[in-house]
Each structure stands twice: as structure tokens, then as C-alpha cells.
Design a protein around this ligand. Structure first.
Ligand SMILES: [Zn+2]
Length: 395
């Protein structure tokens, strides 16, 4: 180890370690090491191997045989919001009609909230996710839909995570209900100018009733011209142009991918765009599951994420999404774990997270279980016992 001022910590006695480094272990994408140890130096991984070979370190932490995985990379959430939609969920799941405003309900509550309320709410859900092993978190605007409210959401988000997405094109703002073209002009003009300084990504909800393919292309192209990187809500509720547009524009990710033609699957398999599946949304709306097996068999890269939002998927739990993906979407436990870690990193075009390798961020979750398979085998059980983020034990 190089001599630096950073202190070193040896996490030893790991029953198993998922590295997502295929050069390790007995082959396979997870790079599984048994009886493992990790050395952290500052905020980075400095050494990975078997416990018997571990070098000395300034401090030693006994993991007591726990399994370790890279911290989850949750690449899709909507957590700058006010209010709550319990009644809407309860009515939907009880088969009762409900005159819900849907996203508009959250827009009104978000606009009415103070900065302090929105920031505290975001911090609460980020802590909740951290306790469940999530160490990298993307979140979006999209409940402001005015220049000031979208810029405010992104400013507040950027104080808490580096993965911030401008989603002024979530729905057409209620004020522009009769002038959707005028709203697209706003999203690609004054609103974009106000939001771009706080965001890394630009996103659009490409769906019937939201934005069509031509509008989505105009919005993402305008964002790219301002230095933002594209990602798309695509093919969630119906077939549509979103997935192919994502691949055409080299979007990092096409998110949802529930309704795919063979041509859509083929485009994902041959492009650089990750298919991010969000099973919390299908769970919470009793909708058809996305077919992960079909995508994987075609050769597409699949990520799993929570889509945490107060309307259609109010879970911050990556373990829950893993369990759903294994039970209902045809993924193996190994594939689901990879997609929730390395897959999420690919969907954010990050090399430094989602894997345990020398030089990567020291982000790990330790499980009260002998294997990562228990995340799907023991659904609903809070197995995450310790979380290390940026080299510091955070949980
Ligand atoms: Zn979403």
C-alpha cells in the first residue's frame, strides 16, 4: 500500500464478498470471493482478497462472517416532493374509484412546501435508503413544473447527491394544459437555462398523455446542447418510441421498459443504453411486470432501481426490488444483485461505484446472512447490518 496520510481499515472475516470484478473468484460477473477481506484507505478500496492474505492495517473490523456486497446504486428516484398520496394508493388497492390528481397532486403540494421542508423530506428518504444499503442515489425534479420550482428542486437535490436529473418534462404543467407546445418551449428554453447548473442529467416522460417522441427528442437534444446527459422514462404504460429514441440519442438509460417490441429489445441489446427496470412501480399499481429475462437473453444490460416516488412506487428498498425481480421478472439472484449494483452504476455511467475493486469508492453493505442470495431468499427481512460509504461506517 502506498504511504499516504490516509488511515487504513481492514474489514476482515467476510463470509463471502461480491466484487462485481469478473477477474476474481471462480469466474462470472459477480467475482465472488469466499472468506474475504477488504482494506479501505481514505474513501477508496485499497486491497481486496482472501482474509488469509490480508495485509496489516491501522484498524481491523471483524465482520463476523457476514456477506458483503457493493453498496446499492439506485439510479432512479423522485424524492424532491411535498405531500403524500396515501388515499390514492389505498383507493387503488381497494378497488374504489378515486378522483386523484395523480402527479398534479404532488405538484401542488411541492410548490406549497418550503425549502426546508423539501430538503428535510429528501434527507429523510436518503437516510432510509442508506439504512437499506443504498450508497449512490439519483433523484429528479419534476414536481415543480415552473422555472423557479424546478430550479429550486434541483438546487436542493444537488446539496444531497451528485446524481441530479432535470425532469421539467414530467407532465405538461397544469398552466400549459391548452398549450403543450408552449410548455416544451419553456422546458427547452428558460427552464433549462435555470436548471442546467444544478443537474447532470436530463430526462423526459415519453408516454401517451405526457410527451410524444418528437417532443422528447426536442427536449433531450436541447439538454445535450447545454451539457446535460440524457435518460428517458420509456415504454412504461404502453408501447412507444421512447426506447429507440434513447438508443438513438445514446441515453445512459431507458427506464421502465415494460412494453417492448422485438425491435426495442434488439435496439437495447446492440446500443449503449441500459434498460433500467423499476418493479416497485408495477407492484404498486398491479401492472404487468417488465420481462427482464427477455432482455438478458437478448444481451441487453439491465439495471434495477426503486423509482421511489409518492405516487406509483413508494419504496426506497433495493432488496425489495431484488426480491421482486427474482420472483416475477425471471432474474436469477446473481443477476438481480448485479443489476442493483453494477447495473445501476452503468445506468449512471459511473466506474467508481457498484463494484469492490482497488481504486473504487469504499461503499459496501454487509448482510446478516452468509450469502447475497438471501436478499431474494428472505424477502422483506432487514438483512443489511452495516453500511460503509466513502470509507466510513455510516450504518
Ligand atoms: Zn420515474
Amino acid at each position: 500500500m502506498s504511504a499516504t496520510t490516509n488511515t487504513t481499515t481492514l474489514i476482515s472475516n467476510l463470509g463471502s464478498l461480491v466484487t462485481n470484478d469478473p477477474s476474481r473468484g471462480s469466474g462470472g460477473p459477480l467475482g465472488l470471493v469466499e472468506d474475504a477481506a477488504v482494506v479501505i484507505e481514505g474513501d477508496r478500496i485499497a486491497w481486496v482478497g482472501t482474509a488469509a492474505d490480508a495485509p496489516a492495517a491501522d484498524t481491523v473490523h471483524d465482520a463476523q462472517g457476514r456477506a458483503a456486497i457493493p453498496g446499492f446504486v439506485d439510479s432512479h428516484s423522485h424524492l424532491v416532493f411535498g405531500g403524500d398520496r396515501t388515499q390514492e394508493f389505498n383507493a387503488r388497492m381497494s378497488g374504489r374509484p378515486y378522483e386523484a390528481g395523480g402527479i398534479r397532486t404532488t405538484v401542488a403540494a411541492t410548490r406549497a412546501a418550503t425549502d426546508e421542508e423539501l430538503a428535510a423530506n429528501l434527507a429523510k428518504y436518503l437516510r432510509e435508503a442508506l439504512r437499506q444499503g443504498t450508497t449512490t442515489f439519483e433523484t429528479k425534479s419534476g414536481y415543480g413544473l415552473t422555472v423557479e420550482d424546478e430550479a429550486r428542486a434541483l438546487r436542493l437535490a444537488s446539496a444531497q447527491t451528485s446524481e441530479v436529473t432535470y425532469l421539467g418534462a414530467h407532465i405538461v404543467s397544469p398552466e400549459y394544459a391548452d398549450d403543450p407546445a408552449g410548455y416544451v418551449d419553456l422546458v427547452t428554453g428558460e427552464m433549462l437555462d435555470a436548471c442546467a447548473p444544478y443537474a447532470r442529467w436530463i430526462d423526459v416522460f415519453c408516454e401517451k398523455g405526457a410527451f410524444d417522441g418528437d417532443q422528447a427528442r426536442a427536449i433531450l437534444t436541447a439538454g445535450k446542447a447545454k451539457g446535460l446527459l440524457p435518460r428517458i422514462h420509456a415504454n412504461q404504460l404502453s408501447y412507444g418510441p421512447g426506447v429507440q429514441l434513447a438508443v438513438e440519442l445514446d441515453a445512459a438509460s431507458a427506464d421502465h421498459c415494460t412494453h417492448l417490441t422485438d425491435a426495442d429489445v434488439d435496439a437495447l441489446a446492440h446500443g449503449n443504453t441500459v434498460a433500467t427496470l423499476l418493479p416497485g412501480a408495477e407492484f404498486s399499481t398491479r401492472a404487468q411486470w417488465p420481462d427482464a429475462r427477455r432482455l438478458l437473453d437478448a444481451g441487453a444490460t439491465v439495471a434495477l432501481s426503486t423509482d421511489c416516488n409518492p405516487g406509483s412506487s413508494f419504496t426506497s428498498s433495493m432488496p425489495f426490488c431484488i426480491a421482486l425481480a427474482v420472483r416475477d421478472m425471471g432474474m436469477t439472484p446473481d443477476e438481480a444483485l448485479w443489476s442493483a449494483t453494477a447495473g445501476g452504476a452503468r445506468a449512471l455511467r459511473r466506474q467508481d461505484v457498484g463494484r469492490i475493486a482497488v481504486g473504487a469508492r469504499a461503499d459496501l453493505a454487509l448482510l446478516d446472512a452468509p450469502s447475497h442470495v438471501h436478499l431474494a431468499y428472505r424477502p422483506g427481512v432487514p438483512l443489511v447490518a452495516e453500511v460503509w460509504r466513502d470509507g466510513v461506517r455510516a450504518v
